[in-house]
Design a protein. Structure first.
Length: 417
């Protein structure tokens, strides 16, 4: 699995020894007006919370589809439309086919003439779409914050690279598909950065996160680890305790975004963490501590070499987040984040992130069951095939319990020889 596909995009042995628990102090800037293109997914709600905590006014712009199932934050202005200027906010089913609902707002129309101090674009994936929004907003917005990804880099085979590292390219910049291995994701994000900068030169902040993790993440990629550990038993962990791993809590990223807006910090910055790479062993220890804090039985961690896993049908990416510290992913978890730290990026401890996920998980399962039920009902009403949905408490990343047990059994047998 490629690093791009895997992403989609501590120093020493003491967990959090060099980390700082961020606290958003009292507002230090006059109230600002902030537009979020999106706002109802994962990073959006966290950013709304961070901005409101600092006294800023928030407007969100989206299609209004997710709100139907999961709702949205109170106290925000809501505008509707479509990032694609040629499409409407809503769709409807006509004779079994989904078509544009022309009675709903079209494209970016509801943004025309609106003024904001800053816009946060966390839903732009192709340059045509980012070009449309940045050009429209340029006369009326002071700063464009584009949420990019560390997947923009061409290679990840060398450790400790910063923002000057070579960027990936794509032969056809008009492509709008991510590709079978998500190989277009990074290059398209890079082109999005360039589109925003072309529309608003000198007024763009391109933030490149790694894995964004924490409460509200529906991918379960990072969540797999604290929840799997909290379920106890023998846990298969790829690689060794010393392998590096980087990620950023969604709350830390959200607070950093707001800080960049308040300080008018422009330019390109990697935003993953902590400041220096954490060991896989520290991350798993944080998972164990979080499980204990919630009253769960202690799990047994078994580290299995990547080579053995690959030879037995569980190659890189089978177990999420963690990647081999060799070959094409040797530098993936060692991106330098000094620029972002200097600009105000702070980090929660891994244990705090893991503990919040263990506490949140029952609510996540409850919400997923509710959403699944509503999606089935809507499909029936529209005459569409019912979606095939997994059990609400099934982790969406990682490997099934039976497969994990078989791998552990096979590895034990191989060592016994």
């Amino acid at each position: 699995m490629s690093a791009a596909a895997a992403l989609t995009s501590v120093e020493g042995s003491a967990i959090g020894a060099t980390l700082v628990r961020p606290q958003m102090e009292a507002p230090r800037a006059a109230p600002l007006s902030i537009l979020i293109l999106g706002g109802t997914g994962f990073l959006g709600p966290a950013t709304i919370d961070a901005a409101k905590a600092r006294g800023h006014a928030v407007t969100i712009f989206n299609r209004g589809r997710r709100e139907k199932y999961v709702g949205t934050r109170d106290g925000v202005e809501k505008l509707y439309g479509n990032r694609d200027p040629n499409k409407h906010a809503q769709s409807k089913v006509v004779e079994g086919k989904e078509v544009d609902d022309e009675s709903s707002p079209k494209g970016l129309d509801e943004l025309k003439g609106k003024k904001f101090d800053a816009v946060i674009d966390n839903s732009g994936f192709v340059p045509r779409i980012v070009k449309a929004s940045s050009e429209l907003l340029a006369p009326n917005v002071g700063q464009y914050v584009f949420i990019s990804t560390i997947s923009v880099y061409k290679n990840n085979d060398k450790p400790n690279k910063d923002e000057s590292d070579e960027i990936g390219t794509i032969s056809d910049p008009t492509v709008e598909e991510m590709g079978t291995q998500f190989q277009n994701y990074g290059p398209l994000k890079a082109l999005c950065e360039q589109a925003a900068e072309a529309a608003m030169p000198g007024r763009v902040t391109s933030i490149r996160p790694g894995y964004i993790v924490g409460v509200g993440d529906t991918t379960d990629r990072f969540t797999y680890w604290p929840i799997r550990v909290s379920r106890g038993g023998e846990v298969l962990v790829p690689g060794t305790m010393e392998d590096a791993v980087q990620f950023i809590d969604v709350r830390d990223l959200a607070e950093f975004i707001v800080t960049c807006i308040e300080d008018k910090a422009m330019g390109v910055m990697n935003a993953t963490g902590p400041q220096k790479p954490m060991r896989t062993g520290d991350l798993l220890s944080a998972c164990v501590s979080a499980a204990k804090a919630s009253g769960k039985d202690e799990a047994k961690l078994t580290y299995v070499p990547y080579e053995w896993l690959a030879e037995n049908g569980a190659g890189p990416g089978s177990l999420p987040i963690l990647l081999p510290p060799t070959g094409e992913t040797a530098g993936f978890h060692t991106r330098v984040v000094d620029k972002a730290v200097k600009a105000g990026l702070k980090f929660r401890t891994a244990e705090e992130t893991c503990r919040s996920l263990v506490e949140w998980w029952p609510k996540a399962v409850e919400l997923r069951a509710k959403v699944f039920k509503e999606q089935v009902e809507d499909a029936k009403k529209d005459g569409r095939p019912e979606p095939r949905l997994p059990p609400a408490d099934q982790l969406r990343a990682g490997i099934p319990a039976e497969a994990e047990a078989n791998l552990l059994k096979g590895y034990a047998a191989s060592r016994a020889k």
